[in-house]
Design a protein around this ligand. Structure first.
Ligand SMILES: [Zn+2]
Length: 344
């Protein structure tokens, strides 16, 4: 099969890779309908995360089950399924508590490289959720978004306790930040402030339910949020970047007693203890337990109540993955969808 492999920073190639095979009786093999490039793939692409030899890339996926191992009972060949970037058994105590991304048996999907034609998914019964029937083609981007960025934005909004009567601020205008706006809106937030300086992203944020746009960032961004909230700060702030600046911006934009949901993969973040102590804010986040939300998200997409697939503003054949990375790295694209060779 064909698949994207990162050889060194800036050097992504689509190559022949071995077809995935069932290696454990709990595995499933999927033929991917589409896959995509994540903002977090840009960390190794930019050399900020070490690249340790040629690495298959990608951890977001949706597709049709081709084969299942002998111990898989719920997932069946022919089903269209969505899973998250961590495989999870969905039965251990942490999974049952809704933290499938911390499952005691978790396995990272990224190690198997989902930017490819096919994918082996471990712990298939716990990891995968099937749609009611085969979806229309136009729904596939939205199901793919559910695999990570929608689920992650949703978790950010839940962790920040976004809901009725709340003012929510979102730091970060990538796909996760934009879908956190959508999540906050679905959760009933009264006011949603998107922080973005880029017009196409501001437009999408507004479409997803943002009521205010703040273009300032850093200290000026914090000052603007305070100005919009009677000097108090927002009740709920979602951090969807993962840098020192964005994390401090999120904490400082939150009112005492408020909640920060942080879902940007942290890189070099060090929090000042004394400032945290006096801030009175709740911090909750980490790799999103997307699996917790998949049944609900799949239903919202299936019934066309939400259209998270709009975050894909570039669609390329898998073969052109390198251009997809470049476009996201240069911020020419919010998110790149990679079409399987069999799709138009
Ligand atoms: Zn588990």
């Amino acid at each position: 099969m064909r698949g994207a492999v990162l050889h060194a920073p800036g050097d992504v190639r689509v190559e022949n890779r071995d077809d995935p095979k069932i290696t454990n009786p709990t595995d499933a093999i999927l033929r991917l309908s589409a896959t995509c490039i994540c903002g977090s793939d840009l960390w190794p692409y930019r050399g900020i995360e070490a690249v340790d030899g040629p690495s298959p890339m990608g951890h977001e996926y949706a597709g049709i089950v081709e084969e299942v191992g002998s111990e898989v009972v719920n997932i069946k060949p022919g089903q269209f399924v969505v899973g998250s970037f961590f495989a999870s058994d969905n039965t251990c105590e942490l999974c049952q508590a809704g933290y499938q991304s911390a499952c005691i048996n978790r396995e990272p999907i990224g190690a198997n490289g989902a930017q490819a034609e096919s994918l082996r998914v471990p712990l298939a019964d716990g990891t995968l959720v099937a749609t009611p029937a085969l979806p229309a083609d136009d729904l596939i981007p939205s199901f793919l978004a559910a695999s990570d960025v929608l689920g992650t934005g949703w978790f950010g909004a839940v962790a920040a306790e976004a809901g009725p009567h709340k003012t929510v601020a979102v730091v970060g205008d990538g796909a996760v930040g934009l879908l956190a706006v959508l999540a906050a809106s679905r959760l009933g937030a009264e006011r949603i402030i998107a922080m973005s300086r880029h017009q196409p992203r501001q437009r999408l944020a507004t479409e997803f339910g943002a009521t205010d746009i703040v273009t300032e960032r850093g200290d000026a961004g914090v000052a603007r949020i305070r100005e919009l909230t009677g000097g108090l700060g927002a009740h709920s702030v979602i951090e969807a970047v993962g840098t020192q600046e964005s994390m401090l911006q999120a904490i400082r934009s939150t009112r005492p007693g408020g909640h920060v949901g942080y879902v940007g993969v942290a890189h070099g973040v060090e929090l000042p203890g004394t400032e945290l102590f006096y801030s009175h804010v709740h911090l909750h986040g980490g790799p999103a337990p997307v699996r917790r939300f998949l049944p609900q998200l799949i239903d919202l997409i299936w019934t066309r109540q939400i259209d998270p697939g709009k975050v894909f503003d570039l669609s390329l054949p898998l073969e052109q993955a390198a251009e997809g990375y470049k476009a996201m790295d240069e911020r020419r694209a919010i998110k790149t969808l990679l079409r399987a060779p069999t799709l138009p």
